[in-house]
Design a protein around this ligand. Structure first.
Ligand SMILES: *Cc1c(COP(=O)(O)O)cnc(C)c1O
Length: 382
């Protein structure tokens, strides 16, 4: 009975795919040259990185020399926020606009910048987790140097109107950064059409390994470097490149964007089936937007049910899920995202996030519905 295993925590991290692993193995085993070396091995490694930048560029609708490889989403966010703030302050602009529901990689940078004298406006989302371009417009000031709004939220999956916000920022001459870590591979990304200046992504959320990511920096944006040292990556991101990870990231980006329509339609169908099954539970309510939502994301609250107990029961039934964000669970603090959306502490603590992936089947969805319903009936106390 306990043999069943379902991984429904793909927003926390994903499995390295077979094609990514196959692309990486020869790099780890044989093509170990330092990309900065002038000899044959070095040139080969350097060529692999260029090929990955080309894959990333076609996935994002940009040029290969606008891609900078980093250690992941957190570094990309830190680089974008801190360096854009520095750039702004050199022009006497010390105001930043962001949202209350960003990932902590963005929020903690904003907190740090506030200590350094920057002013930050944190936009509150509506009850479905949406921010509007109108809210951004109302918050902009003469001294605004940066707007950072995530493309899609990691907890509730709500998709933001990034293209509209980008057009607004471009017309006002304010830099626009988006954390697209969760959006890449789920919704089509076109940096040009979206008018973004900087975009963060991470490998391990799209079937590449942990510890590799990228920051897109639009050419013409004079973003200062964040990591100082060698002259790698056009002098803008020092440190010997993680060649194998970068090759894996390039392959993953090519894979997740090759049939994004088909893949997201399949996942959205499973997601909607899961949502409608879970909504039959009397104490359940859906968190996030009903339609402007990532294809693999389900987030519900069960009134009167403690999220942590629910997770443990699901874990015992072989289901990996999450309550709030991965980094927030373990602490008893309710999720900052759900709280910003207006949920009370009770409902925010009773939240359950199930994030589906390419391996999820219809059978899995049925099994999850049964197990959540059974757990809710038991813990709910009736
Ligand atoms: C996971 C995640 C990050 C952090 O990425 P890492 O590669 O784990 O550092 C940042 N933003 C969002 C929205 C995420 O989901």
């Amino acid at each position: 009975m306990q043999d069943r295993f379902i991984y429904a925590d793909n927003a926390a991290t994903t499995k390295v795919s077979k094609s990514v692993l196959e692309a990486m193995l020869p790099v780890l085993a044989e093509q170990y040259g330092n990309p900065s070396s002038a000899h044959k091995m070095g040139r080969e490694a350097s060529r692999l990185i260029l090929a990955a930048a080309q894959q990333a560029a076609s996935a994002l609708g940009c040029k290969p020399n606008e891609i900078y490889f980093t250690s992941g989403g957190t570094e990309s966010d830190n680089w974008a926020l801190r360096s854009a703030a520095r750039l702004g302050s050199e022009q006497g602009k010390r105001h930043i606009v962001t949202t209350m529901i960003e990932h902590h990689a963005v929020l903690k940078c904003c907190g740090e910048l506030e200590k350094q004298g920057f002013e930050v406006t944190y936009l509150r989302p509506d009850a479905q987790g949406r921010i509007t371009a109108g809210q951004v417009e109302a918050a902009l000031r003469e001294d605004s140097c940066l707007v950072s709004v995530m493309a899609a939220n990691n907890e509730v999956g709500t998709i933001q109107p990034v293209a509209e916000i980008g057009a607004l920022c471009r017309s006002r001459g304010v830099l626009f950064h988006t954390d697209a870590v969760q959006a890449v591979g789920s919704i089509p990304i076109d940096t040009a059409a979206m008018n973004v200046d900087m975009l963060s992504l991470s490998g391990h959320k799209i079937h590449a390994p942990k510890g590799v990511g990228a920051l897109y920096i639009r050419s013409g944006v004079a973003l200062p470097p964040f990591m100082l040292g060698g002259e790698q990556q056009r002098g803008r991101r020092a440190g010997t490149e993680n060649t194998a990870g970068i090759v894996g990231l390039g392959q993953a980006l090519a894979d997740v964007t090759s049939d994004i329509g088909g893949r997201s339609a399949r996942l959205a169908k499973l997601r909607d089936r899961l949502i409608s099954g879970l909504m039959e539970i009397p104490s359940a309510r859906l968190n996030g937007h009903p339609s402007e939502r990532l294809c693999g994301n389900v987030n519900i609250s069960l009134d009167g049910v403690d999220g942590e107990s629910l997770l443990l029961m699901l874990d015992a039934a072989g289901i990996c899920a999450s309550s709030g964000a991965a980094c927030a669970s373990g602490s008893l603090e309710p999720s900052h995202v759900l709280t910003a959306m207006g949920l009370n502490g009770q409902l925010a603590r009773g939240s359950l996030r199930l994030t589906l992936g390419d391996d999820t089947t219809e059978d899995d969805v049925q099994y999850i519905i049964e197990k959540v319903a059974a757990a809710a009936a038991r813990i709910g106390g009736l």
